[in-house]
Design a protein around this ligand. Structure first.
Ligand code: AKG
Length: 237
């Protein structure tokens, strides 16, 4: 489900969480930018599988390629997760470039339960951070336990600037300064939405919007101008 920051004020406030944004800044630098957000729902008994994959499409062959060039995703878990319904990752694979996944599975006798994969088992409210280049996936949820994961991605600004739309963003879209500014404004509005709800918490200070805080308060105007349909401006690479 896309568009949580518009559909769910509580999700907007999670998006502005100072601890999460501090981690995003530490990983991607003070000028970090958003990628997208999505709520993954794995229904009990019928939740579909997500095949092993690596995210990221733009920079695999770049001379500047490194382990962090395609950003990372947080997942905030609303419920406990179990090996049966959780996301699985193969640690270290984000440093290995593009992986021949069919070959890996074939090397495991055709069994998709890869021996070096680990399950991200969480309690409600736990947050994981997964590099988008890491081999990851989840199995069909035939268990009685549902999973709901609020997923939010962040990038280095230099990975995104000047790129063209990828994945669900059209190739006619260019991630120029204006586009990045408009999408990043969601972070600043989210910070303010959180400040209004939790006045005793120290809000995150988002460097690209330093000095612009008054213009990007959470109010009727920014809901219309910044939050409405914000996900049509995602920065997918
Ligand atoms: O949470 C899941 O089951 C899949 C998540 C995923 O594939 C992704 O974030 O790219």
């Amino acid at each position: 489900m896309y568009g949580m920051c518009e559909a769910m004020p509580a999700a907007l406030r999670v998006y502005g969480h100072p601890h999460l944004l501090t981690v995003a800044e530490a990983i991607n630098g003070p000028d970090f930018v958003p990628y997208n957000d999505a709520i993954f729902v794995k229904q009990a008994g019928v939740g579909g599988s997500v095949a092993w994959h690596q995210d990221g499409v733009t920079h695999w062959d770049s001379p500047e390629w490194d382990e962090g060039i395609h950003g990372f995703n947080f997942q905030v878990q609303l419920y406990s997760t179990t090996p049966a319904n959780c996301l699985w990752v193969v640690p270290g694979t984000h440093k290995q470039g593009r992986i021949d996944i069919p070959r890996r599975v074939a090397g495991n006798g055709g069994d998709e339960k890869l021996p070096d994969a680990v399950p991200l088992i969480c309690r409600p409210g736990d947050v994981t951070a997964v590099n988008r280049q890491m081999l990851h996936g989840s199995f069909a949820n035939s268990s009685p336990d549902h999973r709901i994961s609020i997923t939010m991605g962040f990038h280095r600004r230099r990975s995104v600037i000047g790129q063209r739309g990828k994945l669900n963003m059209g190739a006619d879209q260019v991630y120029d300064e204006q586009r990045i500014f408009e999408r990043s404004a969601v972070i600043q509005v989210a910070i303010d939405a959180r400040r209004q709800r939790f006045p005793n918490e120290t809000p995150f200070s988002y460097r690209p919007f330093a000095g612009l805080e008054e213009r990007f308060r959470y109010n009727r105007e920014t809901r219309a101008q910044v939050i409405h349909d914000y996900n049509t401006k995602d920065l997918a690479i």
